[in-house]
Each structure stands twice: as C-alpha cells, then as structure tokens.
Design a protein around this ligand. Sequence first.
Ligand SMILES: N[C@@H](CCC(=O)N[C@@H](CS)C(=O)NCC(=O)O)C(=O)O
Length: 260
Amino acid sequence: MSTSSKPYVLSEIVLRDDAPEWPSHSMFVNRTKSDLAILGIPYTRDPLTFATVRGALADKTGIKDVTVPTLEYAPGEYVTDSWAIAEWKNHGTPENSLFPAGGKPFARFLKRWVDDELMFEIRELFRPLFYRYQDPQSAEYFLRVKYGGDAALLEGQIARLGSKEEVAKLGARGRAKLRTLENYLADAPAGGPFLLGAKPSHADSIVFGWYLCSQVNAAVVNAELWDNDELPRIRAWVKEMKKATGLDLSKQWEPKAVPK
Ligand SMILES: N[C@@H](CCC(=O)N[C@@H](CS)C(=O)NCC(=O)O)C(=O)O
C-alpha cells in the first residue's frame, strides 16, 4: 500500500479526448489495472491520448520515450512500463506478490508468447474498431503509426468485421492459438483456477489485459474466443479473473456511446 498520503495516479490512454470517462483500450494499461486490483491498491486516473502521452506526459515525467501505463506513486515520482510496475509493486508488497515463488520465469515467457504470438492471431477481431471510435487526432496517429498509413488495409479489416463468414474465420484462427493456453490450464499449478495456482498473479494480468481491451468488440470476441464451448477452461478463467479484479469492460464501448 502507498506510504504517501496521495493516491497513486495512473496515466492511461483513452480513445477520445472528448470522452475521458471512457476506459483505456490499452492492453498494457489494463494489465496494470488488473495488477492494482489484485493487490487492492486504489488509484486515480489520468486519461491521455496518443498526442498527450508524447507531449504532456513526456514533459511531466521527464521520460522522453514514456509510454502508458505510467504510475505516479509519490508526487513527481514515476514508474513506467507494465512489467516494471508489476516488479516494482512486488518489491513494495512482498506479502501480496504478483510473482509467486518460481513464477517469474513463466510470466516472462508468457509475456513473450502473448505479445509476440497470441496477439497476431486475435487482434484483428477488435483492434480495427479502435480506429472507428477515436477522435480525429488519435485516429490519424493510429493509422500512421500502427498501420503504416495504409488506410486500405485498415478499412479492409474494418469491413471484414462486418462479414459473418470472415469473422468466423478470424475466430477459428484465434481459438487455434488460444488452445495452447486452454491446454496449459488443464495442468495449471495446484489445479488453478489461475495460471499460477489458487491466487491471481501478474501472469494472469498479462492475458487479461488483452481480454479487457478486446471488449471494444465484446459480442464478437466473447462468442468467438473468451466464452466459446471449444475453450471451457479459458471461459472459466475469464470468470475468475472478473471476480478477482472487479474489471469487466464488456458494456463500455457500445456503438451508441460514440460521440457525434
Ligand atoms: N512495454 C510497454 C508498452 C506500453 C505501450 O506501448 N503503450 C502504448 C499504448 S498501448 C503507448 O503508450 N503508446 C504511446 C506512443 O506510442 O506514443 C508496457 O508493457 O507498458
């Protein structure tokens, strides 16, 4: 728990500068939110957009290549990067370890697998929608940086999400990759229900961050990936993580919420 009297401030990225109340769509921010929830640590939000991460946050923290999540844990003191934040908290609260004994190498391996492999197989089911919901400046940045300025590629991916057949293909591809995790869960330490046993840890947050950001297309990703009969252990794990963290973004990005 924080020793300072001020609560932690979590800098996070949101889709629209005119809707700061929207939750963060960043898988990395959501990883840290999951960790903070697991540890029971309260915080206040500092909602930013791509432009203000590079501007105001870089200026404030003095970290030129700063990204979100960034946590201000005491006035003017910052820790950035979801893994670094998890390690840092681990030092601060040994009794609430986010890395249970022997679990860190697994978490490190899992992070590589999730961020370098799993994400490529699932993100097309939801990531294109970030573009649709963003304010114009964020959308311009997203297209330029994340899609190399290839508007046709991005529009093609958005259009693909409008086709039942194409969504079914994307879903099958995502489930094929998630099967690795499904099989792992069958042999999770101490019988689970979490990835490293009876208690949630940073390993769970690594995957859960992706689950949370995918909820921008909740009806589709839940039917295809997270709540699908082919992956019953993953379905049960998602339920346990929602219970353990209180985080559920499935209703936050309904199309009707897009400001005019
Ligand atoms: N390895 C970092 C990655 C963080 C990251 O890439 N965050 C993105 C948002 S999803 C960001 O801050 N982007 C700002 C930018 O690209 O300028 C972590 O785990 O925290």
